[in-house]
Design a protein around this ligand. Structure first.
Ligand code: ZN
Length: 412
């Protein structure tokens, strides 16, 4: 008798726990295993020496956020070499560089960009104000493509030379602050800190309270050099905060959570790929070993629990060689089954003749797209923008994507 009463009491005790874990597992951040799991324990990185280089009558400088220049030296009468190294290796071949260069007197130099651990990838961009950039496409490769050389007219005024337009963490914060003047945008919230203590920001876009809304999550810049993806995010958001009948209807049922910069350390340190712990953040969406992903995932899960809401769609903006949409293959039944397939077909129809490749992907790696599905059964997409996609196409497509997404979600 005593034995049975003990079992009965034990069942009474754990039954609510079993019940609550079944009904709200989406509100408990879970860990996930993948066939292609990735070790995201911290690794050592090498910090570049921040300094002013002076050789002959030429100066080069990497003392600003977003810079990457590991050495600068004169090779012969007219040729100067900028050495570019990654934060650690092995690493994705995305050799970011950014530095200022000027001269004591007007001259035209041959500037060589020399890479360690990668071949040349990004056409050099030149700017005298860090706002307007000119692309240099006329350059020569060395034998194994680990260096390029181009002619650069130079004078006393400093010019920025960079792999893509420089948008560092301060620029991103300025942009985010500029959005908060819009009545649809919440004040900026800090959800956590990076390895080096930089804030991870987010804003909510919508009207009224979060409760009863379906949530769309936007992410960007896990990978520092992927500036064209960030530009697409900016144009996408600009469309999402337009005061028109579409947004008015959309925010009756939906709310957008925007995390524009997941890797502020990597961006400001001029990294090729990783955070300050030498890890690819878009491989840490399973065990949350890095503080940036830990903070963002915790916030999304806790905030969802707080308002009893859920993300239905996650969009992560990146850049690669050409425009691509990484979507789920048809075997995955999300909360919005087939949404990204229908959505991207809709974008293509409007953007003709600029058709974007679609790449359905299995769930093999701990990336953000897969996390949205595994944690919330949400639909998700990696929105990839080409390194060289022209600005007007980036913006036109992102605006179209935003309108098409809102239109379609209202019908889903
Ligand atoms: Zn990326």
């Amino acid at each position: 008798m005593k034995k049975y009463s003990l079992i009965f009491r034990w069942v009474l005790l754990i039954f609510p726990v079993i019940l609550s874990s079944c009904s709200s597992s989406k509100y408990v951040r879970r860990e996930f295993t993948y066939t292609k799991s990735v070790d995201t324990h911290s690794k050592k990185i090498t910090f570049q020496t921040k300094k002013l280089y002076h050789t002959g009558h030429i100066y080069a400088d990497n003392q600003f956020d977003g810079a990457r220049l590991n050495d600068f030296k004169q090779l012969n009468d007219s040729t100067y070499q900028a050495l570019i190294e990654p934060e650690n290796s092995p690493i994705n071949p995305s050799p970011w560089y950014a530095f200022k260069v000027w001269s004591e007197r007007p001259d035209t130099i041959n500037l060589q960009l020399k890479y360690r651990h990668a071949k040349h990838r990004y056409d050099p961009k030149i700017s005298s104000d860090r706002k307007h950039w000119k692309t240099i496409s006329g350059y020569t490769y060395n034998v194994d493509s680990t260096a390029i050389t181009f002619k650069l007219p130079i004078n006393k005024e400093a010019q920025w030379v960079a792999a893509q337009p420089i948008i560092n963490s301060a620029d991103t914060k300025t942009w985010l602050d500029s959005l908060t003047g819009n009545p649809l945008v919440s004040p900026v919230k800090i959800v956590g800190k990076s390895v080096l203590g930089k804030p991870i920001y987010m804003v909510k876009i919508g009207t009224g309270e979060t409760k009863n809304k379906k949530i769309i999550v936007l992410l960007s810049r896990q990978h520092p050099p992927e500036v064209t993806g960030f530009m697409a995010l900016q144009a996408f958001v600009k469309q999402l905060i337009k005061p028109d009948s579409l947004t008015k209807a959309f925010y009756q049922n939906y709310e957008v959570w925007l995390f524009p910069l997941l890797n502020p350390d990597g961006v400001d340190l001029g990294h090729w790929r990783h955070n300050a712990n030498g890890i690819d953040l878009n491989r840490d969406w399973a065990f949350y070993r890095q503080p940036e992903i830990d903070a963002v995932t915790k916030f999304i899960v806790d905030e969802s629990k707080k308002y009893h809401v859920q993300p239905v769609l996650g969009i992560d903006f990146h850049s690669t060689f050409k425009d691509v949409y990484y979507i789920f293959d048809q075997s995955f039944q999300s909360k919005l089954p087939g949404f990204c397939e229908v959505w991207t077909t809709g974008i293509d129809r409007i953007m003709l003749p600029f058709k974007t490749k679609k790449s359905p992907y299995g769930m093999t790696q701990p990336i953000s797209k897969n996390w949205f599905y595994k944690q919330f059964k949400a639909e998700a997409m990696t929105y990839e923008v080409g390194d060289d996609t022209p600005q007007n196409i980036i913006e036109q497509k992102a605006r179209t994507a935003a309108v098409t997404m809102m239109d379609l979600l209202l019908k889903y």
